[in-house]
Design a protein around this ligand. Structure first.
Ligand code: ANZ
Ligand code: ZN
Length: 803
């Protein structure tokens, strides 16, 4: 027997699969299809991380299993290659980001290939390739055409270090998510995408898909649907009404003051009436410096200023109430103004206590002098005229009807979801394909002129004014208006990194198409993605954005399914040995290349699947890696005990069926660790018995192949089991043979039948007796007596004689 030379074996099979195009998805559309998807990597300069192979191997297992089951499988891979780290590296080292990207991709690709994942490399996509981003731009133009892309002056989050506008989600605790730099507000004209138009569908259609619960919950929370009312409060002596959004119209009689956001337009409108305008302006300036996050932090001390010279009127009881300005009310939610009910809202309560504003109890059950009573379950409405005595739910309906009848209020659904800030003032992104003309306004670049390619520039740094470096290239910026032929200027903002990943799964179905983003036939056959696995860090935004684009394309009739992904699962992270996140600074980074070099890709793959529950984060263990290598060594040596046989042997028949069932089901449920355990136990049985026949070996190798594809393919060849392993079919199990045979034994006490026990056919006398005495209806005849004799007629009867 040759030694287990994993290096030679892995290289050999990777080359063979490549040359044969073994894992290319076929265009044979008569077969059922299976489309698994992993989140395509960002080719960073750091190379592959040991976290990458975990999800890739997981879906590789499912992909390989499906091929054995007769499916036409599309398991694609590509590069999400626009983005800041590459751009920052390019700036620092004065290398074109395209060159950096190419280098990084080459490295990632060779690393990924050395893992032996069954990707269809013929369909590789790269978001920075003009033939790809042509279609990203095309989709943007469709959004623009349908009025879903618009420009708006928007106080954006501005990172003072990256000099770039950030989306809310890129600001973490008031700091830039990427560089940790300080984030301030800056007014800027931005391209926005109207994702809010799809808010309702993005929630409702979650019913159509099979996502793990926590992912659905994240999607819903981010969209943040909230049912309530918009109510108009008259401003004394003005035509102007102040509109608020509330989810608790039942507390209307408890409103003792109002609060507007610092940015609220009412201030400018009533400037002349406001007697303390300087104080107000000063407060506004201070608030402008804070992030939304800081402003809404609960623990923070409330601040605010009363707007003197104006009063509002509570429409329920006609009472005059003061209007305040405070930064705990956000301009970006609801109407930017609230009716304050300090008795029943915690923030309002804190504010009222601090500024000595009155607190009225309108729902009984708490003690509003001590704290806000926010419970909506048990209390009864009090101090509220015609809704007194009702429960919250009923009162809400009643007062909502009343307000609507009077034309003072309107039922309204609000969403936390904001429109998507789609502009970046950076170089390394897709140019936004629009031209500004003094006469015609924003004009799309004609379709036949797409893609608008990134021009070469000298320096990739954003300009001091915060414009993208593209703004400095006059000969690129200055162009003619496609509509009137007059002077035009190109948009110099580029798209965010989210753009390219919002539709890449569509391109994989037909990646070389020059005429369409993908052909109708390809989309119809391959979509939706059957199974999408990715990290929990992407289950909010990437998922939401790509679902939005997909729904938009669905409405245009370009794709044929309302949802892009039928199923979504998520994996846990791989941590350092000491349970901390792997990072350079901690010095605990494991490089997959080193593991492949020392133990082989088959071992690395197995280890990453064996390491623990797939959904949980787990620490790396070098000993665990060694354990997997030892197991594969044992698998290799099975050659020495192989015997002929084209059926499972009597001794192993039941174990074979049980293992096939267990492994098949576990792979589907992503319980890879227990599937591998079952294969380890079966191997032990082979060795205990001193032999494994060819029929058993065939089934065993196919079951193990998805986890460790090279060694299994090699053993198949060495043992001459017929053809290539990857051409076989998945082994079947016989349900009957997976259950142990059981028998019923009647139990007699002193010759009288007192009951029956069910035991395995091969159960011993002791086992039957123990089981019988567990049964109260039998044991009561034995209690307090001595057993003097036991008579066992195997398969027939068990008699206990007592005295
Ligand atoms: C009166 C009231 C009484 C409220 C009460 C709550 C409890 P969700 O569920 O998140 O939609 N609100 C409305 N707009 C706001 C803004 N721009 N900034 C800060 N707070 C705002 O929350 C809706 C509630 O949040 C609204 O209902 C409003 O306070 C507040 F016992 O109105 B409520
Ligand atoms: Zn024009």
């Amino acid at each position: 027997m040759k030694e287990y030379n994993y290096k030679e074996i892995e290289q050999k099979w990777q080359q063979t699969w490549d040359e044969n195009g073994t894992f290319y998805a076929s265009d044979d559309k008569s077969k059922p299809k299976f489309y698994p998807l992993i989140e395509f990597p960002y080719p960073s300069g750091k190379g592959l991380h040991v976290g990458h192979p975990r999800p890739y191997t997981a879906l590789d297992i499912v992909a390989r299993k499906r091929r054995f089951e007769g499916y036409n499988v599309l398991y694609p891979i590509g590069w999400d290659a626009f983005g800041l780290p590459t751009e920052n590296y390019a700036i620092k080292n004065k290398i074109h980001p395209a060159v950096v990207t190419e280098r990084n991709i080459a490295r990632f690709k060779s690393q990924l290939k050395s893992l032996g994942i069954s990707f269809d490399w013929s369909r590789e996509v790269n978001t920075t390739d003009p033939s790809y981003y042509k279609w990203t731009q095309w989709i943007f133009l469709k959004l623009f055409e349908k009025g879903l892309a618009y420009k708006k002056e928007f106080p954006i989050n501005w990172c003072t270090d990256c000099k770039v506008g950030l989306a809310n989600e890129e600001v973490v605790n008031g700091k830039c998510e990427r560089c940790g730099g300080e984030v301030v507000k800056k007014k800027k004209n931005q391209w926005m995408l109207k994702i809010t138009e799809y808010a309702e569908k993005l929630i409702k259609d979650l019913d159509l898909v099979d996502y793990i619960d926590r992912v659905k919950i994240q999607q819903k929370n981010w969209i943040g649907r909230s049912e309530g009312m918009e109510i108009d409060f008259k401003i004394n002596g003005e035509d102007e009404a102040l509109k608020v959004f509330t989810t608790r119209p039942d507390t209307l009689f408890g409103v003792t003051y109002m609060v507007i956001a610092p940015e609220h337009p009412l201030i400018n409108k009533l400037k002349d009436k406001i007697t303390n305008i300087d104080e107000i302006e000063e407060y506004r300036e201070m608030a402008n410096k804070k992030s939304d996050f800081e402003r809404t932090e609960l623990v923070k001390e409330k601040t605010g200023v009363e707007i003197k010279g104006i009063k509002a009127i509570n429409p329920a009881n006609g009472k005059e109430i003061p209007v305040w300005i405070s930064d705990y009310v956000l301009m970006t939610y609801g109407t930017g103004a609230i009716m304050a009910v300090p008795g029943h809202d915690t923030r309002d309560w804190e504010f009222a206590k601090k500024f000595g504003l009155p607190i009225i109890e309108v729902v009984s059950g708490g003690n509003v002098e001590e704290e806000a009573y926010t419970d909506t379950g048990d209390g009864v409405i009090v101090n509220s005229d015609f809704i007194n005595g009702m429960r919250v739910k009923e009162a809400k309906e009643k007062i909502s009807d009343w307000l609507e009848e009077k034309g003072i209020g309107k039922r309204k659904v609000n969403y936390k979801l904001r429109d998507w800030v789609f502009s970046r003032q950076r170089y390394w992104g897709e140019p936004i394909p629009l031209i500004y003309c003094e006469k015609c306004g924003w004009v799309p670049v004609p379709e036949e002129e797409l893609p608008v390619e990134l021009p070469d520039v000298e320096s990739y740094e954003p300009t001091e004014t915060g414009e993208s470096p593209l703004a400095n290239i006059t000969e690129w910026v200055e162009t003619t208006c496609p509509k009137c032929g007059g002077k035009g200027r190109r948009e110099t903002d580029t798209m965010p990194q989210w753009a390219g990943s919002s539709w890449y799964f569509l391109r994989y179905t037909d990646p070389h198409n020059d005429n369409e983003l993908a052909s109708k036939e390809a989309l119809e056959y391959w979509m939706p993605v059957d199974w999408y696995n990715g990290g929990m860090e992407h289950t909010t935004l990437h998922l939401l954005y790509s679902r939005f684009w997909h729904k938009f394309l669905y409405d245009l009739g370009i794709v044929n399914t309302p949802e892009p992904y039928q199923k979504r699962t998520s994996h846990g992270m791989i941590l350092g040995e000491n349970n901390e996140k792997m990072s350079k600074s901690r010095g605990n980074v494991v490089n997959p290349d080193d593991i492949i070099e020392e133990f082989g890709a088959d071992t690395l793959r197995m280890y990453e699947m064996f390491i623990g529950d797939f959904e949980k984060s787990v620490p790396w263990s070098q000993n665990g890696v060694k354990g997997c290598k030892r197991f594969l060594d044992r698998v290799w040596r099975l050659q020495s005990i192989i015997v002929d046989g084209d059926k499972y042997s009597k001794e192993l028949e039941s174990s074979m069926h049980k293992t096939i069932k267990k492994v098949s089901e576990d792979y589907e449920q992503m319980k890879f660790n227990t599937a591998i355990s079952a294969l380890m136990s079966l191997t032990n049985e082979f060795y205990d018995l001193g032999k494994v026949n060819k029929a058993e070996m065939k089934a065993f190798l196919i079951l193990l192949n998805p986890v460790s594809p090279h060694i299994t393919e090699e053993l198949w060849q060495i043992l001459d089991l017929g053809g290539m392993l990857n051409e076989q079919t998945w082994p079947q199990w016989d349900e009957e043979k997976t259950v142990d045979a059981v028998i019923e034994v009647p139990i007699q006490i002193n010759g009288k039948v007192r009951g029956k026990v069910t035991v395995p056919a091969e159960a011993s006398k002791e086992e039957i007796k123990a089981k019988a005495l567990e049964d109260e209806s039998i044991s009561k005849y034995v209690e307090g007596k001595n057993i003097i004799k036991e008579i066992h007629v195997p398969g027939k009867i068990f008699n206990i004689v007592v005295k």
